[in-house]
Structure formats: structure tokens, C-alpha cells
Design a protein around this ligand. Structure first.
Ligand SMILES: C[S@@+](CC[C@H](N)C(=O)[O-])C[C@H]1O[C@@H](n2cnc3c(N)ncnc32)[C@H](O)[C@@H]1O
Length: 431
């Protein structure tokens, strides 16, 4: 058989560059810039991450504020800020060398940005600000698992008589019926029945109004989602969009995930992590056709590998440890039983997944080195383990710089529902 002609090779090269550019553009939409701004948000965060989030988030906002607007002018814009309430404020750019703990030690400054963070049951919080905060600012601050603006509230006892009827009517009157997906969440298990009742009643009212039929549990909707949230002191509601404003297909921790069938590797926390990421990719129309071949580092026993092959990908699973027998036998899996350090090149793959044990800064160097050999539009999904929450800013700055030096753009750093003391980084090779 003859080899490829020069023209054929050039055509293939061009079409793979085009595909890479398309992947890049779609991936950048994962957490797009958004003009959507609000004073009050509902969010869900792991309780152990809350203090870290406050210092990390406030540092980011301070850095943005000091680089965007002169501090004095900015202060005038804040309705809640007291004149001269920032005696210890740092001039622009002078706080970057401090540790998270040092930077956190500025209550006057914090009070001028975040008015309060109130726990309203389980891992749910109301975050209230003195000035509107954009969805992008919140979603890029690592720990909010999803967010929703508060557009309507009814402070009353949810166990009171006729609450369900009045709450459902109030939500529809205030926020309308033009949404295509509905989520009703309860802050405590005791309020679940109330939430179920409200959900049913809202759907009924919508049907009475002869609006379109809804796909209430359609996880990957690009359209507007109505969220009603029942907590011990009443109801909160807002409209959002799974891609723009929630950043997650897994709103409120509700599972839309297809776990592996029983006879395969049991769905583990690791499987959950990759499933959440695949859900996010689907929100921006990326499937296994876009990322058909994966290099997976730290793959054993194979929970994530199993999910990837179920998704339709081909996986080279790198781990000195053994893979589960069924996973190893799968025709789309190749077990490379060596240390990830020994792999020199990843250019034949469209994506790298890393869930290796070990400190975040060490695995980041291995992943960045390999990711530098990916083509443009190549995807990187990397669990940052052993992240010390006290030194989060420094660790993330190191990781982001290491990736940047290797031509990789970090798109999102998220605390997935299945992450514990770790974070998941999603990045793309851009050149
Ligand atoms: C948390 S487990 C991975 C779980 C896996 N993602 C799953 O879905 O089943 C971490 C794995 O990283 C592997 N590991 C640690 N250091 C490694 C290295 N340098 N190269 C390859 N694998 C490594 C360990 O052998 C271990 O199996």
C-alpha cells in the first residue's frame, strides 16, 4: 500500500488543527465571562472548605479591585462600606507574597466585600455582598459547587399551613413559567416532603397555564432553570442556567450520573469525579468524539477508566498497581504498568487524566510536562491531591504558572461533589 501523499497529510493536519481550535473554543465556554451580577447568591460548599474559600475568594476580589479601580473610588461604590474603614488596606500588588493566613487578617476589608456567609442547612449557604458579584467571580473561586442568584424570597415557616400552595404560586408569579427545567431543593432532610410538594404544585400550575411540557430532571439543559430552595426559615428562588450560572450538571448534589453496572468496577468516588467532569463537557457539547483517546495517570484499580470507556473513549491506563480484572480485559483499555515519570510523550492522545496520589505540586509538574506535548485543544483533567487548604493560594499560583509555562491554560479549578480535600483542575493546551 502506498504511503500518504503530501496533500493528504496536509489536509489531515489542517482538519486536526480545526478540530483542536473547536475544542479550545468550546472548552473556554465552561466558565464563560458573564455580565450576570447579583448581591445575594445561594451556593453549596463543603463545610471544611468554607474558611479557606473566604480567604481565597476575598484575596482574588481584592487583587481584581486593586488592579481595576483605585481603592478610594471603589470604596465610594459600596453601599455598605464605611468611609475610611480600610486602615490596613494594601496598595495594589503589594499583598501577593503573603500567605493566605496573613492576607486573611483584614476584617475591615473583608467586611467591605462579603457582608455575610450564612449556613442554611447541610452544605448550603447564602453569600451576601455589599456590591454585586458576578457569576464568573464566584465560580472561579474554586469551592462553590454551584451557585444561583436569589431573585425571590419568602421568609416564613415552611411547615405552616398552606405553605406549599402559596410558595408555588409565589414562585410562578414572581419568576414566571418560561423556564425549561426545574429544581426544588431542601436544606434539611425534614423539608424534603415540602420540597417535593412544591415541585409537584409548580409543575401543575405550569401545566394549567398550558406552557410547554418540562423535562424537570434534564441535567444537561442549556436553557433556563428555575431553582426553588426550601430552608427552615422560608423559601428562596432564582433563575439560572446550568452552563452559565451553575457551572455544574450536578445541581445541589443531585445525581444525574450513570454509575457503572454492578458486574463492572463499582462506581467509586473516583468514578463520580470523572462523571461530573464528563457532565460538564457535555454542557458545552463535547463528547468522546472530541476526546477519543485518553492517557490516564494513576489509574488503578480502574473506576475512572471504566467510566471513560463507557463514555466511548480509548484509554491507556498508567499505574504500577494492578487494574481490576474486568477493566484490564476491556478491548478499549491498555494497561501500562509503569511509573508516570517514565512516560515521555502524550502527543498521540487527545486528553490526559491524572488522579495519582501525591502532593499537588509534584503531580502538576509531571502532568504539565506531558500536556506540553498534546496538540492544540487537548484536554487536561487533573486531581490536585494533598492540597493544604491553608496554603491554597500559593499552591494554585504554582500550579497555574507551571501549566502556563508549558502552553496550558487553566480553565477551571473546582471542588466537585466527589472531591474531599482535593480539587479538580480542568485545562486545555492552547498552542
Ligand atoms: C487514588 S488512586 C487512583 C484511583 C483511580 N483513579 C480509580 O478511578 O480507580 C491513586 C493511584 O495513583 C497511583 N500512583 C501514585 N503515584 C504514581 C506514579 N508516579 N505513577 C503512576 N501511578 C501512580 C497509585 O498506584 C494509585 O493506584
Amino acid at each position: 500500500m502506498k504511503g500518504k501523499s503530501l496533500q493528504q497529510s496536509l489536509a489531515e493536519e489542517n482538519s486536526s488543527t480545526d478540530a483542536g481550535q473547536q475544542n479550545l473554543a468550546k472548552l473556554r465556554n465552561l466558565v464563560p465571562e458573564s455580565p450576570f451580577q447579583h448581591f445575594r447568591w445561594i451556593t453549596q460548599m463543603s463545610s471544611e472548605a468554607v474558611e479557606t474559600w473566604k480567604s481565597y475568594f476575598l484575596n482574588r476580589i481584592r487583587a481584581q479591585n486593586s488592579s481595576n479601580v483605585a481603592p478610594v473610588a471603589k470604596q465610594k461604590m459600596r453601599p455598605g462600606a464605611q468611609p475610611g474603614a480600610q486602615p490596613g488596606a494594601q496598595p495594589a500588588g503589594q499583598n501577593s507574597a503573603k500567605s493566605d493566613a496573613q492576607q486573611d487578617n483584614n476584617p475591615a476589608m473583608d467586611a467591605s466585600i462579603l457582608s455575610s456567609l450564612k449556613n442554611i442547612g447541610r452544605d448550603f449557604y447564602i453569600a451576601e455582598f455589599f456590591e454585586p458579584i458576578s457569576s464568573t467571580q464566584l465560580l472561579k473561586s474554586a469551592f462553590p459547587r454551584w451557585i444561583c442568584p436569589i431573585e425571590h424570597q419568602w421568609p416564613t415557616n415552611p411547615l405552616a399551613e398552606r405553605f406549599v400552595e402559596r410558595a408555588a404560586q409565589g414562585v410562578v408569579d414572581k419568576l414566571g413559567c418560561s423556564w425549561s427545567d426545574l429544581q426544588v431543593l431542601s436544606a434539611t432532610p425534614q423539608l424534603r416532603r415540602v420540597a417535593i410538594g412544591i415541585k409537584g404544585r409548580i409543575i401543575q400550575i405550569r401545566n394549567e397555564k398550558k406552557s410547554e411540557t418540562i423535562a424537570a430532571e434534564s441535567a444537561h439543559s442549556q436553557a433556563e432553570i428555575l431553582i426553588a430552595f426550601i430552608h427552615p426559615k422560608g423559601l428562596l428562588a432564582g433563575r439560572s442556567n446550568s452552563r452559565l450560572h451553575l457551572g455544574s450538571a450536578y445541581v445541589g448534589g443531585l445525581g444525574f450520573l450513570n454509575s457503572a453496572p454492578q458486574e463492572e468496577v463499582r462506581a467509586s468516588r473516583a468514578s463520580g469525579k470523572i462523571n461530573e467532569v464528563l457532565g460538564l463537557l457535555e454542557l458545552v457539547q463535547l463528547t468522546s468524539k472530541n476526546f477519543p483517546t485518553w492517557l490516564e495517570l494513576g489509574a488503578a484499580p480502574g473506576g475512572m477508566t471504566q467510566e471513560l470507556v463507557n463514555w466511548g473513549a480509548q484509554v491507556s491506563a498508567v499505574d504500577p498497581a494492578n487494574l481490576n480484572h474486568a477493566v484490564r480485559q476491556h478491548p478499549k483499555v491498555r494497561h501500562i504498568q509503569i511509573n508516570a515519570n517514565e512516560i515521555k510523550d502524550a502527543s498521540e492522545y487527545s486528553a490526559i487524566l491524572c488522579d495519582m496520589n501525591g502532593p499537588a505540586i509534584i503531580s502538576a509538574e509531571i502532568v504539565a510536562r506531558l500536556a506540553s506535548t498534546l496538540r492544540c485543544g487537548g484536554l487536561i483533567v487533573h486531581t490536585l491531591k494533598e492540597v493544604s487548604f491553608n496554603e491554597l493560594s500559593q499552591t494554585l499560583r504554582f500550579v497555574e504558572n507551571t501549566f502556563k509555562q508549558n502552553g496550558i491554560e487553566v480553565l477551571a479549578i473546582k471542588h466537585l461533589f466527589h472531591n474531599r480535600k482535593e480539587l479538580t483542575l480542568i485545562a486545555v493546551k492552547h498552542a
